[in-house]
Design a protein around this ligand. Structure first.
Ligand code: G4P
Length: 527
């Protein structure tokens, strides 16, 4: 193996998907602990405070206690380099989450042992399935009374149509939690011994070993033996290929809060999760081991640092060995870009990135040149695919409280639209801009950010439109006919692409019926 292929093989780029409150934040912190990225003492002392500190540039997160933007955290463990991409948990941010999931090679699905599969888990799972992202399941909160493990496995299998294979199995639950049994190593991990920051090693213990009764109690031991026999009979054996193809999910049980079973999960990710995979692109897929550097932008974040009006593009390296100072071709504009100050994201810090490998996420400061979906390459006209813009589900007219500031407001709206959280439409007739988002809560985020980052007051009023569709197909004459006939419902997006703002499903259906040659698309792939 060369240094390059070895570095690629050691990368694990993944995301955690979960329903709010299942324990994603807690698990993230515990995983970072293993990478030494945050101090144990701090994490234990002030978890809530820490969560707020992590994204203190965004006041609304503090106010509402939700994480609204994805960030990236890198850490090392067991000779591997992990890149953990945080996904927003709130359901209003599915678009942002979707794009984040285009940049990972695998995912960890966190379930609350008392709740099982919840709405948001399901939605996020569907996104993973679309891209065949392999999933490891972590059933969290076993230190509390939860549902029967078999019941939970059954639910995953039935509702997600996914095979499951437990890697660890809980010995009791809630008040009776004794530990977990590792089915791959035949070891017992004791819960009692893992209080605080002490993490005991597993104890070798074949199930028929009589010492097991002494270790966890005769009753729990008998039950474990019975359950493991059932598990081994009922679940398919772990099959790496099936997991990597997205058909089978290995399952771990644990408690993120009590730091129990988390190390086993992390080792499992290291052992099973794929290293960077080939990425879909036009005109050909890109293999991570290719010499030439390439990658794509999956997220843009404006004003991360209020002191510097910078904008960070989150860039997933897909192939080649990146070196700081490299000049890469910005394929959309054809221009060369010198990457002189790219950064890595550590737990809460950024660090200048001298070198990066496939699977790594670079933050590239820029002044708006980089957009979501953009490809950078060492010259080839590549375009990574599958990073869509979604049709907004809520549309509002922008109201500016001080008309003298129209220009500044436009700049703010354009900046924020570039992050891909909202979309800006300019009606061909009429002056008021229309902003579209995928979820209602984003208007609050927008208004809050416009105020805190641009010092402007703006409001969002009802607009007489329900949804937007990108108009394509047909010839120029037909498009003109459609535009003339629909006057005030026609707008342009920020790239000048034609958009039909539909009053309701009926008008949309009518337009489709009257103009069968035209395409009304709910998503628009970038450029
Ligand atoms: P999220 O990011 O998925 O929304 O979940 P988060 O980690 O914030 O956890 C949600 C709640 O569940 C938190 O309690 C957290 O302490 C608790 N929790 C997480 N993992 C475990 C676990 O393994 N066992 C138990 N018993 N609880 C767990 P909270 O009271 O809402 O927040 P806080 O006051 O502790 O900050």
């Amino acid at each position: 193996m060369t240094v390059f292929t070895d570095a690629v093989a050691r990368r694990r780029t993944f995301a955690i998907i979960s329903h709010p409150d299942a324990g994603k934040t807690t698990l993230t912190e515990k995983l970072l602990l293993f990478g030494g990225a945050i101090q144990m003492a701090g994490a234990v002392r002030a978890r809530g405070e820490q969560r707020r500190a992590r994204s203190d540039w965004m006041a609304i997160e503090r106010e509402r206690g939700i994480s609204v933007t994805a960030s990236v955290m890198s850490f090392e463990h067991g000779g591997l380099s992990f890149n953990l991409l945080d996904t927003p948990g709130h359901e209003d941010f599915s678009e942002d989450t979707y794009r984040t999931l285009t940049a990972v090679d695998s995912a960890v699905m966190v379930l609350d042992a008392a709740k099982g599969i919840e709405t948001q888990t399901r939605k996020l799972f569907e996104v993973c399935r679309l891209r065949d992202v392999p999933i490891i399941t972590f059933i969290n909160k076993v230190d509390r009374e939860g549902r029967e493990p078999f019941d939970l496995l059954d639910e995953i299998e039935k509702t997600l149509a996914l095979d499951v294979t437990p890697v660890t199995w809980p010995i009791g639950m809630g008040r009776d939690l004794k530990g977990v049994y590792d089915l791959t190593t035949d070891q017992v991990l004791l819960f009692e011994q893992s209080r605080g920051d002490h993490l005991p090693d597993g104890i070798d213990m074949p199930l028929d070993d009589p010492r097991l009764d002494g270790l966890v109690g005769a009753e729990a031991a008998a039950r474990l033996r019975e359950e493991v026999e059932l598990v081994r009979g009922a679940c398919p054996p772990f099959d790496l290929e099936s997991y990597r193809a997205g058909h089978l999910s290995p399952v771990f049980f644990g408690s993120a809060l009590r730091n129990f079973g988390v190390r086993e999960l992390l080792n499992g990710i290291g052992r099973m999760a794929p290293a960077p995979r080939s990425q879909p692109a036009e005109p050909r897929p890109v293999d991570p081991l290719e010499d030439k550097v390439s990658g794509f932008v999956f997220k843009v974040q404006a004003n991360m640092d209020p002191n510097h009006r910078d904008r960070i593009a989150f860039f997933r390296v897909c192939s080649g060995r990146f070196k700081r100072g490299m000049k890469l071709k910005h394929v959309r504009s054809g221009k060369l870009m010198a990457l002189t100050n790219p950064v890595f994201f550590l737990a809460r810090d950024r660090e200048l990135a001298e070198e990066a490998f496939p699977g790594d996420i670079l933050g590239i400061p820029n002044h708006g040149a980089l957009r979501i979906g953009d490809t950078l390459s060492e010259g080839e006209d590549l375009r990574f695919t599958g990073i869509p813009s979604f049709a907004p589900e809520v549309l509002r007219r922008v109201r500016l409280d001080d008309p003298m500031k129209a220009k500044q407001l436009r700049k703010a709206l354009e900046d924020l639209a570039e992050e891909g959280v909202s979309q800006l439409f300019k009606p061909l007739s009429g002056a008021a801009w229309i902003v579209g988002v995928v979820g209602q809560l984003q208007f609050e985020v927008l208004a809050n950010r416009i105020e805190s980052e641009y010092n402007l007051k703006a409001g969002f009023e009802d607009a007489p439109f329900e949804t937007a569709r990108w108009v394509g197909g047909g010839d120029k004459l037909l498009i003109k006919k459609f535009v003339d006939a629909n006057g005030s419902a026609i707008a342009e997006d920020r790239d000048g692409a034609l958009v039909f703002l539909a009053r309701n499903a009926w008008t949309l259906g009518r337009a489709q019926q009257d103009y069968p040659e035209l395409r009304f698309s709910a998503t628009r792939e970038q450029h």
